[in-house]
Write a protein that binds this ligand. Sequence first.
Ligand SMILES: C[S@@+](CC[C@H](N)C(=O)[O-])C[C@H]1O[C@@H](n2cnc3c(N)ncnc32)[C@H](O)[C@@H]1O
Length: 479
Amino acid sequence: MRPPCLVDSSRDLSDCITAILAESGVEEHTGIHKVWDLNVGDEQDLGTSASANTGAGSGRPVLSAIADIDASLIRDKGEILDRARCALGSASEEDFLRAWHAHTALTDPAGRVVQHLRAAAGAEQCTHAWVKMFHFLNAFQELVSVRDREDEDGVVRAGKPEDDAGRELCSLHLCEAPGSFVAALNHFLRTKRPALEWRWLASTLIGDAGPGDDEAGAAKLQRDPIAQRLATGRQRRSTSSLIRSTLDSWYFGADGSGDLLRRGNVAALRARARAALGRAGLVTADGSVDCSRDPAHQERDVAPLLRAEAVCALGVLARGGALVLKLFTFAAPPTLATLRLLSERFARVVLAKPPTSRQGNSEVYAVCCGFRGLAGEGASEADEEAAWELLLSRLDPPGGQEGGGSGEAEESWSATAWLANVERGARLFARMQTEAMRANCALWERALAVQPGRGAQANAGDRAPCYAGRDAHRSPHPS
Ligand SMILES: C[S@@+](CC[C@H](N)C(=O)[O-])C[C@H]1O[C@@H](n2cnc3c(N)ncnc32)[C@H](O)[C@@H]1O
């Protein structure tokens, strides 16, 4: 079912977004100016020369060079936050974090895009996620991979709008509450591909499995405000109206929890998606786990969910299809194994950070286009099935947090040109993130220094920097 409540669906918002971003100093139309292409193509065994290529020092394995990049990113972030804490003076950690968060939100050049789209253009369920998805759809044509309507399991390909009659896009959206990716895709299709038929299914964490659920399940829910709201039925209109009005297009797994960390739910979701959509042209997976209490372990904590999302997507996609998958840092073997799997199974994988993703955080998306199937060119359906079952069987058991369910032997990719390329990407994203945080901290210190009449005795609410007018958004590297 299409989300029915889209406001002003005839208006193409691309120009509107471009104008607001340009006003805020972001000039590119698509805004996907931070991209790293993972598929370098040459897969020769590099041995130790990969390290030499990347300047990591002769003989040093690339994996440990990547781990070093991550360690120094975590160290830099810690130092910058300490500086910001110091500048604010005596404030509780909670007050400091609240004020810092407000500061980074205010200096975010893309913050105004969301406000504007909501207020002036009435975009439905418009959030940062909405604009991110809209950017991706504008930047990567292959995301709308279509097929003839009669051809349920056929190959999909990026088609032209003028050929859309009689064609359809089938999409699956994982970890999707409150549903802004769906709303953005809805808007995009209505305005740019009106002749295309669209069928979709979405899933998300919605509760624990009820009696017999493990402690980990309850804890998971406690840390996830969106899922909690859905579970307790205390939905705020703004966060769940889309889900309520399109409930037929949502599925919450075999146990009704929507928890993708349960293997049974991954299998059931895949079966439901295949029954409802056939093979899909597009899968999005935007899962995240609240790591605010332990930010240094964000990658470790997210790795099993990332893997589960990837495995689910690979079991649902049609050949030629595309996947948009959120990740954070990519320094540890479980994350790298998932990226490697994607690089092998898609013709093109790029890591992309759109401007509406806070520049000072580690969030980045793997945009994967041209799915090649799991079992190779010309493989039978039975081979595809067997390959998928193997991936599924290697997912971590419930509650398992350590391995990320990678399955693949590290030795097969740890000395390849591919990994050396990943290292360069990791270096680039880490540098951009640190620069953004430094610039933000400098702005914070400046703003605090110039506030008259604010003494050390003032509380954090009083001392938090305040800005006048729109120049606040002109920070060159906000985070
Ligand atoms: C950033 S939000 C997704 C936003 C969404 N794409 C949108 O556009 O509105 C991350 C989502 O991942 C979900 N999530 C976290 N852990 C999950 C799990 N184990 N299984 C399924 N969903 C999960 C959260 O409940 C949350 O809804």
